[in-house]
Design a protein around this ligand. Structure first.
Ligand SMILES: [Zn+2]
Ligand SMILES: [Zn+2]
Length: 233
């Protein structure tokens, strides 16, 4: 119920964001849109990197789910998973989802759109969209900046949907079209992440991967990120 209300609040707030687009068209709008598409990719990479290496609470039961040997369709597995996920907060749930998808990427591809986007929408897009409305009410925010912010909200909200599409055989035409023109990355480019788990964390278009890779190597060298966080214990 709470989640539905939050998603509804997001839709209302996001619709209101478009009010501030009014005024004459500005040449900076497409530039802001491209910059926002890059920024969304960068955020997707940084969040993915953090979630991959953030340890989930030991003893939460998530390790039993991760290493479960029996059928993932069984009642026993579903109960175990539900109980373990209920013991941890939303950030640990997201961290677990990222880890879980490494050995079983096709599961992410099978998830429903709502499952893929809800965490990002509630934690990031909803507050950002509300703050954008508040900022536009208080100050005069130029419409090109609003255009960039709207693109950032769209790309950011859909980042896990885009990620899921990289692990799905059949995709809608617009995903294939966006891939063809380079606005979305290809499954082959994302496969580099799955074979190493040490690079190319960005999942929208991959433009920010060179920068994220430098940040990752620095954090790993400084032991701020540790390899033992990659799997639940
Ligand atoms: Zn990963
Ligand atoms: Zn993946």
């Amino acid at each position: 119920m709470k989640m539905r209300l939050a998603l509804l609040a997001f839709l209302v707030s996001f619709a209101a964001n478009f009010i501030w687009l009014g005024g004459p068209l500005d040449w900076r709008m497409p530039l802001a849109a491209v910059a926002a598409w890059y920024l969304a990719d960068l955020l997707s990479g940084l969040i993915h990197m953090y979630m991959d290496y953030r340890p989930v609470p030991p003893g939460s039961g998530l390790a039993d789910v991760y290493f479960y040997k029996g059928s993932h369709d069984s009642e026993h597995y579903h109960t175990l998973r539900k109980q373990a996920l209920a013991r941890v907060g939303p950030i640990d749930r997201l961290a677990f989802d990222f880890k879980f998808h490494h050995p079983r990427p096709e599961v992410l591809g099978r998830r429903k759109l709502i499952y893929q986007v809800r965490s990002t929408v509630i934690v990031l897009s909803l507050p950002f969209s509300v703050e954008l409305n508040a900022a536009c009410l208080i100050w005069h925010v130029p419409n090109w900046l609003v255009a960039g912010a709207i693109v950032l909200i769209v790309a950011g909200s859909l980042s896990q949907y885009f990620h899921g599409s990289l692990h799905r055989e059949k995709n809608p035409w617009f995903i294939l079209f966006l891939r063809r023109i380079g606005l979305l990355m290809t499954p082959a480019a994302h496969a580099v992440h799955h074979t190493t788990l040490e690079r190319d964390f960005s999942v929208i278009n991959g433009w920010s991967n060179p920068l994220v890779n430098v940040i990752f190597r620095f954090l790993l060298r400084r032991h701020i990120l540790k390899e033992d966080g990659l799997e639940p214990t």
